[in-house]
Design a protein. Structure first.
Length: 326
């Protein structure tokens, strides 16, 4: 049927050519036939700048990638080479990564040809690929200190995406990374909280850098403020933190108390949130007072009303049980 097809550059409704589909599904024999009949197919892009070889890389078809590179070696001298490498890193196609590094060793030195400026280590750390993280770092140890356009190190990416094994590995290689901050002033602790990491993991990061608890970012928000604003108050106070430790950590955040961010925190705390109100009658009260957060009196009334409703329900149940005995 293909021999009778007069126009091989026809595209489907999604702008894919026959070559796009063949490469995406790893059909190397069809890829070879199509390119022998219509070489211009190689450079046709689907929406999103998807060429056939990039689709093959994203799908992990190393043999198709090598096949197309053999037909058009100049590809490895273009920006497209990075995208092939990127997909190998992102989806942990280790064979593809190794083959591309043989074809172009300098890929390990490159930063992303996208707007974020990520390095190969950023990509594998963000996606939690421990084996590739170790491999990339072996090939280029300097990448452990690399930063993207937002000032994020690979460790920041791993923390934000909850990649605990990668975080532990990177910290083992360079413990002082725990103190690095992003361009926005966020510490590892800020990112761990906004990334909804496990309580034990957040606690581990805090214990490695106690001072981070009192570091404010460009919004004048400490990790403590961030936790409150995200309604993480319950989880926050399950950390092994005493009131003395919290107040010590917050002792240098006077600017944050006056910030718009703290105003937002106050607004959230003053809402009728069961979890936050339940914290009010624990030893957390002094902490809120320290921050200048004064719970509205309605909270006490709500708890009182709730207790009264519970008592009425209990009495009603007891009455029903008594009546059923007769």
């Amino acid at each position: 049927m293909l021999e009778q097809q007069p126009d091989l550059i026809l595209q489907t409704e999604d702008s894919w050519t026959a070559l796009h589909h063949a490469a995406n599904h790893g059909h190397s024999d069809v890829v070879a036939f199509l390119l022998s009949k219509e070489p211009k197919l190689l450079h046709m892009e689907a929406p999103g700048q998807w060429t056939a070889i990039v689709l093959a890389a994203a799908a992990g078809h190393t043999h198709v990638v090598e096949q197309i590179v053999a037909i058009e070696p100049v590809i490895m001298e273009t920006d497209e080479a990075w995208y092939l490498f990127y997909w190998g890193l992102r989806r942990a196609y280790e064979t593809l990564v190794e083959r591309l590094l043989i074809l172009k060793p300098s890929l390990i030195e490159q930063t992303a040809k996208t707007t974020d400026g990520a390095t190969p280590l950023h990509v594998v750390a963000r996606n939690g690929h421990l084996a590739l993280t170790q491999r990339v770092l072996t090939l280029n140890p300097k990448l452990i200190d690399s930063v993207d356009n937002q000032g994020w190190t690979p460790l920041h990416c791993a923390v934000r995406e909850r990649r605990e094994p990668v975080v532990e590995f990177l910290l083992a290689q360079k413990p002082e990374l725990i103190e690095r901050r992003t361009t926005a002033g966020d510490t590892m602790l800020h990112l761990a909280i906004t990334g909804y990491n496990r309580k034990e993991f957040v606690d581990m990061l805090w214990r490695k850098n106690f001072d981070a608890l009192r570091v404010a970012n460009v919004n004048a928000a400490t990790p403590f403020h961030v936790a409150l604003s995200l309604r993480h108050a319950v989880e926050l106070f399950q950390w092994s933190l005493s009131f003395e430790e919290i107040t010590q950590a917050l002792s240098q955040t006077t600017s944050a108390k006056a910030s718009e961010y703290t105003a937002r925190v106050k607004e959230i705390v003053e809402q009728e949130s069961e979890d936050l109100w339940d914290l009010m009658h624990r030893d957390v009260v002094p902490v809120f007072e320290y921050l200048g957060i004064v719970p509205q009196q309605r909270g006490k009334k709500r708890r009182s009303d709730r207790r009264e409703r519970n008592n009425k329900t209990k009495r009603r149940n007891e009455t029903s049980e008594s009546e059923s005995d007769y």
